[in-house]
Design a protein around this ligand. Structure first.
Ligand code: BES
Ligand code: ZN
Ligand code: ZN
Length: 506
């Protein structure tokens, strides 16, 4: 477990096992590093050069030396070029922080100190934001999934002190900086909680178990929690939810979480997360390679739980209601079929062209439910919805679809600050004929001649959103897992939505 603190002592006055340096490509030996040269390594720049450390992103070098008669480690990590725009530099800072934390864990450096003064001085980013982003990145770097490794597992506890060159800012703004550090810790830890659920295997994280886990988090965070299963879903007329649920031995759960601020007239934001604990494709069965990693099909649900938990812990002046249909898509004897027609909670019907396009079916009912009982003016849904989004955008941007220009720019901005990036795809009616059906209101899968499966899925969902609601759809199928830089679950969408809501509430 990592713990981060803000220190008002100056860098070298903090007694540590590790002294950390994040250096840009064109770095110079600063007065801070003079100490290393004076005490134990007369020619630091030559040493770094000889060891091919040039400050590039991904590079690192560890030098062991003496300070005050004790063996210490000087850890250098590259920050990349300084000639990049701020969002890219902030991302490189997060990646360098990730690398740093992994080195500390690997070398078992229990306490260390990092100076962040040159970072914010050179960037157009406030020191408070730097601290928040460090806390998020460092906590997320500390995550690993070892639950099912049977060998000896020891939790490594370590601390990092953040300091400023002259400590003036640290003293003057201590309360504000502590608040941002707290926010960063909350978001990073909530993301790790969500990633753990995502990484759990589908035989363990069944809908029943997942709902219990969410209930226990709700209790700890003071959130209102409600859940119902098949019977009530049937009563409510949730034909989409019930169809997907029907092929599994596991009873599906519809989960509702609510956070309320005491502030009068605060807006209510609705969050909807896709919670397929496993997506076999149902009777439109996936190939075995297509089925692997389908335990991650509940990443949207795990994300909305992490977000509402973060908001509750930060006590933001905003109301949130989060709903998650949590089900398993299986081809059992009672499974729904191709050619079936299902009727959703709002009376609309859909012809089933593929039982593998199940996400939009459960989300359609979830959208109806949240609007009927909570009437939020803004709704954001988040789902591992289509393989097509990974073809379009790969693993670095989630697909964003919305007709609300304001909401789009707010989410894009939150993406750029948090590094949890989104790219807008057109929600254009030209694509709509793709999901027209001869026998029902719409079809649940697009015609192949139209391609653009990510957009047609969004157009399907839009049929369940009332015209006066500001709505955005996030397709995280490309970013939630299988990321080239992250093992297992990435926690996609959590940093994005937490940042968006933080800004909205302030
Ligand atoms: N859960 C999948 C989407 C997915 C695919 C997520 C790959 C992560 C990685 C979704 O339910 C699905 O199967 N979608 C189909 C829809 C199609 C049948 C219209 C798809 O994208 O192929
Ligand atoms: Zn599917
Ligand atoms: Zn799915």
């Amino acid at each position: 477990m990592i713990s981060i603190n803000i220190s008002d002592k100056s860098f070298w006055d903090i007694k540590s096992e590790g002294y950390l340096f994040l250096l840009e490509e064109d770095f110079k030996i600063t007065s801070l590093m003079d100490v290393i040269e004076n005490e134990c390594c007369p020619n630091l720049s030559e040493v770094l050069k000889k060891n091919k450390f040039e400050g590039k992103i991904g590079q690192s070098y560890v030098l062991t030396g003496m300070k005050d008669g004790k063996l210490v480690q000087f850890v250098f990590v590259g920050l990349g070029s300084s000639y990049l725009e701020w969002a890219k530099r902030l991302e490189n800072f997060r990646r360098a922080s990730d690398k740093l934390v992994k080195i500390l864990k690997n070398l078992k450096i229990s306490n260390s100190v990092l100076s962040i003064s040159d970072l914010y001085e050179k960037n157009d980013i406030k020191i408070s934001e730097i601290i928040k982003q460090f806390a998020i990145a460092a906590n997320m770097a500390d995550y690993n999934f070892t639950t099912f490794k049977s060998g000896k597992k020891e939790e490594f506890n370590f601390s990092i002190s953040l300091t400023d060159g002259n400590s003036e800012v640290m003293i003057k703004e201590k309360a504000l900086l502590e608040e941002f550090l707290f926010e960063g810790n909350v978001i990073g830890r909530s993301a790790n909680m969500s990633r753990h659920w995502c990484d759990l295997p589908p035989n363990i994280l069944t809908p029943t178990f997942f709902a219990q886990e969410i209930a226990s988090i709700a209790k700890k965070s003071g959130l209102r929690f409600d859940v119902f299963g098949r019977e009530k879903a049937l009563e409510l007329g949730m034909g989409g939810f019930c169809a997907v649920d029907s092929g599994s031995e596991q009873d599906g759960k519809f989960v509702i979480l609510e956070y309320k601020t005491s502030k009068k007239d605060a807006p209510t934001i609705g969050l909807v997360g896709k919670g397929l604990t496993f997506d076999s494709g149902g009777l439109s069965l996936k190939s075995s390679s297509g089925m692997s990693e389908m335990k991650y099909d509940m990443s949207g649900a795990a994300a909305v739980v992490a977000v509402i938990k973060s908001i509750a812990e930060m006590k933001l002046d905003i109301n949130i209601v989060a709903v998650a249909p949590v089900v398993e898509n299986m081809p059992g004897g009672k499974a729904f079929r191709q050619d079936d027609i299902v009727t959703f909670m709002n009376g609309k019907t859909a012809e089933i062209k593929s039982t593998d396009a199940e996400g939009r079916l459960v989300l359609a009912d979830a959208l109806c439910y949240i609007q009927k009982f909570y009437k939020p003016k803004t709704i954001i849904d988040i789902a591992t919805l289509t393989a097509a989004v990974a073809i379009a955008l790969g693993h670095f941007y989630a697909g964003l679809m919305s007709r609300d220009e304001n909401l789009v720019s707010e989410l894009q901005e939150a993406g750029n600050i948090s590094g949890d990036k989104v790219w807008r795809l057109p929600l254009d009616d030209d694509y709509f004929p793709s999901i027209e059906s001869d026998v029902a209101d719409i079809a649940n899968a697009g015609r192949p001649t139209y391609s653009a499966g990510t957009i047609t899925a969004a157009l399907f969902l839009e049929q369940f959103v009332e015209k006066d609601v500001s709505w955005a759809h996030l397709d995280i199928a490309g970013v939630a897992h299988a990321h080239p830089l992250v093992k297992g679950s990435t926690g996609a969408g959590i940093r994005l939505l937490a940042e968006y809501l933080l800004k909205l509430s302030k």
